[in-house]
Write a protein that binds this ligand. Structure first.
Ligand code: DC
Length: 233
């Protein structure tokens, strides 16, 4: 069966990575979490005194890019590939709140984007890839056979994230979570380089009212149609 490239973009906390991973597993494709790459560069910047609460040394970051080596590795016992920064497994470290706070400024740097986009394009050379992010259908794979743009209301996304966060911290406030989602939406959509944008040929899915199963079946059907060469949308 012919292999295609699937690009899944959208706002934060829309469940892109869940559906991308389900789809890749089902189709036997490689799943690439491009956000993890921006997060790993952010972790490097934090570890090397490039970014902190009161300092962001953009020049040092640009000059350090050649010493940042990112790779993904998979093991049977892991449910998804882990990201490695200069040989170290940083999959769990990159998910912490501090990294989430610094990742947006790091992702605005053109030179960072050029480096990561080149690596992402290499990973997709042989097709059979599902990649999720913000600029996959617009910049990384403008020729992807299937482009999905995921959306849900900010309130619904905040509610989902709030429930997740409550499991480890019962002091979390819904209003803070909503504010953070709205700030990230603003930063992702207004940055100069590769802002979050629905590609002209992307199919928008609003999952505010959808459960995970319905969402998966909707996306899977689109993928099957595209693999079969049906372009009915
Ligand atoms: O998908 P995520 O929330 O883990 O992504 C972390 C950040 O990285 C997000 O705030 C925006 C940035 N990002 C990006 O600019 N381009 C991508 N293709 C993926 C993520």
């Amino acid at each position: 069966m012919r292999k295609i490239t699937i690009a899944i973009d959208g706002y934060s906390s829309t469940g892109k990575s869940t559906v991308a991973k389900q789809l890749a597993d089902y189709l036997g494709y490689v799943y690439v979490d491009s956000g993890a790459m921006y997060r790993a560069v952010t972790l490097f910047a934090m570890q090397n005194e490039i970014i902190s609460k009161d300092n962001f040394d953009e020049e040092k970051l640009k000059n350090s890019l050649d010493s940042i080596n990112l790779s993904f590795k998979k093991k049977e016992e892991w449910n998804k590939a882990h990201i490695f920064l200069n040989g170290e497994d940083v999959e769990s470290q990159i998910r912490n709140l501090e990294v989430s706070e610094f990742v947006s400024p790091i992702a605005t740097i053109h030179e960072v984007r050029v480096k990561l986009v080149a690596q992402q394009q290499k990973m997709g050379l042989e097709k059979g890839v599902v990649m999720d992010g913000r600029d996959i259908g617009t910049v990384v794979f403008p020729d992807a056979e299937l482009k999905i743009f995921m959306n849900a209301s900010a309130q619904e996304r905040a509610q989902r994230r709030y429930k997740e966060l409550l499991e480890c911290d019962n002091s979390v406030q819904y209003s803070d979570v909503l504010k953070n989602i709205q700030e990230r939406d603003y930063m992702d959509t207004t940055r100069a380089d590769s802002p979050l944008l629905k590609a002209k040929d992307a199919i928008e899915i609003d999952n505010s009212e959808m459960n995970l199963e319905d969402q998966f079946h909707t996306v899977l059907q689109l993928a099957k149609d595209r693999i079969a060469g049906r372009l009915l949308y």
